[in-house]
Design a protein around this ligand. Structure first.
Ligand code: ATP
Length: 233
């Protein structure tokens, strides 16, 4: 198990992209099912920055994203994650999840329509203070190549690629500080992939982005964290 961090950052023209650290990961270690997936993983990300996670299958990329999103603690035995200098415990899990958004790799199977899901999200108690601050998901539709009525269709009739993009734009509209992207273009054709990459590139959140595509890293630009095969304990 080895971790390397490559710095291939492009100058970022994101609005207000001061070098303020938003997300900081310090000495994070994870062992699961008798294997050490990674240890002493350390990096910090500033507003707007893209950090790609590249690693073989089964090396813990999804577990890492879920842990950063306060969705998974099993196996994480050391280290800490800070958002604006505060731990998950200090900020509270609900607050953390409103600010750090995990975009699922799998197809979403919510009941009803995306428009209804979005209304539920903004009316959740912990979103109330941000209710006036959210963006309109419909404003992102054409930028990611979706039809104008995509938010009004039932989730169940959307294709995998449509559902993936709809889930993404609902998250964007809630203005997270950090986006955790688990192969966000895996179900998309090449042209739509580029559309989504451009939207994400210009969105001023930290993006922690799992990809298997070197071409994607070259197009988008950003730092790379490489995790290698797990070690048997
Ligand atoms: N909740 C869990 N409990 C126990 N083991 C788990 C859990 N989730 C994942 N694992 C195990 O942890 C390891 C890493 O899984 P993870 O899904 O993070 O890999 P990955 O790098 O994202 O793989 P892929 O590229 O195939 O999606 C795997 O061996 C998996 O079986």
């Amino acid at each position: 198990m080895e971790i390397s961090v490559l710095d291939k950052r492009e100058p970022c023209d994101c609005e207000n992209s001061a070098n303020e650290v938003v997300l900081s990961v310090q000495n994070l270690g994870c062992a699961i099912l008798g294997k050490q997936l990674f240890s002493k993983l350390t990096f910090a990300a500033s507003r707007g920055e893209v950090i790609f996670i590249k690693a073989p299958s089964g090396s813990g990329k999804t577990l890492l994203l879920k842990h950063l999103g306060a969705l998974q603690t099993t196996g994480f035995h050391s280290g800490e994650v800070l958002l604006g200098g505060q731990t998950i415990q200090e900020l509270g899990v609900a607050n953390w999840r409103t600010r750090v958004s995990y975009i699922w790799q799998q197809r979403i199977e919510f009941p009803g329509t995306p428009a209804e899901t979005f209304q539920e999200l903004v009316s959740l108690k912990f979103q109330k203070q941000r209710q006036q601050l959210h963006l309109r998901p419909e404003d992102f539709l054409s930028a990611v190549g979706l039809e104008p009525d995509a938010l009004e269709k039932e989730w169940r009739v959307l294709s995998g690629g449509q559902s993936q993009r709809v889930a993404l734009i609902l998250s964007l509209a809630l203005k997270p500080d950090v986006l955790l992207l688990d192969e966000p273009t895996s179900g998309l054709d090449p042209d739509t992939t580029v559309l989504v990459e451009t939207v994400l590139q210009n969105f001023p959140a930290v993006k922690i982005w799992v990809t298997h595509s070197p071409e994607q890293v070259d197009r988008v630009g950003g730092r790379e964290i490489h995790l290698t095969e797990p070690i048997e304990l």
